[in-house]
Design a protein around this ligand. Structure first.
Ligand code: DX5
Ligand code: ZN
Length: 224
C-alpha cells in the first residue's frame, strides 16, 4: 500500500477559527500544513503573510510549508524562516537566481522546494533537482482555491517522478490545486507522494477528519 501524505491548505479554512481547524487536521493525521502566500503581483490574488505563519507556529507541532506565490520571494525568505516555516517553496517562474534562493533557504536551516506552474516544463528544474527537498507540480494555475484540476499536468507529474527515480532522489513530489477524491488517484498513480488540498479538506459538510479520510481512501492509502 502506498503511503500518501496530506498537506491541508489553510487557504480554504475559516480564518476566524483557524487554530481550531488546524488542530482538527493535526488530530486527523495531517502530515504538514500548507500556507499559501500571495502578493497580487505574481498571482492575481492577495492572501496572508508572515504574522499568520508566526501564529500557526504557536498552535501546531506539524511542519509548516510556506508556498510563496510572490514576485520577490528571496527578499522574504528570512522573515518566513524566523516566523517558523519548516519548508519554503519558491516559484521557478519568478526567481531568476534559483540556485541562490535554494541555497539561502538551506542556509536558513529549512527544507527547500520549488514550484512550477502548469505551463512550465519540469526540465527547467533539471540542474537544481539534486538540491531540492521538494518539487511542487501545480495542478492549477496558482492564485485561487477551488479551481478545477488540469488533467494535462498528469504527464508532468509522471516525468517528474521519472527524473527523481533516475537519480534516486528522495525529494517529495507534491501536487497542488483541484485535488479531490476524483483527481487524487491519478496524481498518485503518476508519482505524487504529497497531496495539497484546501477545498476538499476544509469545505466539506462532514468535517475535516472525514474529508481527509475520504481523500486518502480514494487513492487506496491511509495516514502513515
Ligand atoms: C492555489 C494554492 C493552493 C490552493 C489549493 O493557488 O496554491 O494551495 O489552496 O486549493 P484547492 O485544493 O481548493 O484547489
Ligand atoms: Zn499552494
Amino acid at each position: 500500500m502506498v503511503t500518501v501524505k496530506l498537506a491541508p491548505s489553510i487557504l480554504a479554512a475559516d480564518f476566524g477559527r483557524l487554530g481550531e481547524q488546524v488542530a482538527e487536521a493535526e488530530a486527523a493525521g495531517a502530515d504538514r500544513i500548507h500556507v499559501d502566500v500571495m502578493d497580487g503581483h505574481f498571482v492575481p490574488n492577495i492572501s496572508i503573510g508572515v504574522p499568520v505563519v508566526r501564529s500557526l507556529r504557536k498552535i501546531t507541532r506539524l511542519p509548516l510549508e510556506t508556498h510563496l506565490m510572490i514576485a520577490d520571494a528571496p527578499r522574504y525568505l528570512t522573515a518566513f524562516a524566523e516566523a517558523g516555516s519548516d519548508t519554503l517553496i519558491v516559484h521557478q517562474e519568478v526567481v531568476p537566481h534559483l540556485h541562490r534562493a535554494v541555497q539561502q533557504i538551506k542556509q536558513l536551516g529549512l527544507r527547500a522546494g520549488v514550484a512550477i506552474n502548469p505551463a512550465t516544463p519540469v526540465g527547467l528544474l533539471e540542474d537544481i533537482l539534486d538540491d531540492l527537498d521538494l518539487v511542487l507540480v501545480m495542478t492549477v494555475n496558482p492564485g485561487f482555491g477551488g479551481q478545477e484540476f488540469i488533467a494535462s499536468t498528469v504527464t508532468k507529474i509522471r516525468r517528474t517522478r521519472q527524473l527523481l527515480e533516475a537519480r534516486r532522489l528522495p525529494a517529495d513530489l507534491e501536487v497542488d490545486g483541484g485535488i479531490e477524491p476524483h483527481t487524487a488517484p491519478e496524481a498518485v498513480v503518476a508519482g505524487a507522494n504529497v497531496l495539497v488540498a484546501g477545498t476538499a479538506i476544509f469545505q466539506q459538510a462532514d468535517g475535516i477528519a472525514a474529508a481527509m479520510q475520504r481523500l486518502l481512501r480514494s487513492c487506496g492509502t491511509r495516514t502513515s
